[in-house]
Design a protein around this ligand. Structure first.
Ligand code: SF4
Length: 164
């Protein structure tokens, strides 16, 4: 059975920067949980950051690949450099994925770790820009397909291709 890495906040875990969850009630996720497929993971907490914590954005709105290449930093709203924790959390996510044979992930859109199609632009003004979070970029660099929680029909179709 294919396992699926999933952002822990989507599964009701209160791991976000503001101490809350972003629980998804989507039927696909509920079904996959029932089947025992899900591997919940929060890269920021596993990378060593506390709950709650200041919001963070990738400098200049650069994508996660730029962070992994050492070309951009992740900064918290208090000005501290949290790049190392984000990269460590991404590596932990990849290790968790590999240990479960994961080839598919569902991650929370917009997050500087988990964003798939968009992230915040680094201005802390609430503006989004196209780009991936740090964990998403690392997973995709290693052949793991990542979908947002808004693309679960597509994720389900991809899962079917893996299992047929
Ligand atoms: Fe959710 Fe990912 Fe943010 Fe953790 S890092 S709170 S899993 S979006």
């Amino acid at each position: 059975m294919e396992r699926i890495l999933v952002s822990a906040c989507l599964m009701g875990r209160k791991v976000r920067f503001d101490g809350r969850a972003k629980t998804s009630s989507d039927a696909w996720l509920a079904g996959w949980r029932e089947e025992g497929r899900l591997v919940p993971y929060c890269p920021e907490v596993e990378g060593g950051l506390p709950i709650p914590r200041p919001a963070a954005e990738i400098e200049g709105g650069a994508g996660g690949a730029a962070v992994l290449a050492g070309a951009a930093r992740v900064l918290a709203s208090d000005g501290s450099d949290v790049t190392a924790a984000f990269v460590s959390g991404a590596r932990g996510a990849l290790a968790a994925a590999r240990s479960h044979g994961v080839r598919l992930a569902v991650l929370k859109e917009g997050s500087p770790s988990c964003g798939v199609l968009s992230i915040y632009d680094g201005s802390f003004q609430g503006r989004r820009a196209p780009g991936q979070g740090v964990t998403t970029a690392l997973l995709e660099q290693h052949g793991i397909r990542v979908f947002t929680e808004e693309q679960l029909d597509e994720a389900a179709a991809y899962l079917r291709t893996l299992e047929t």
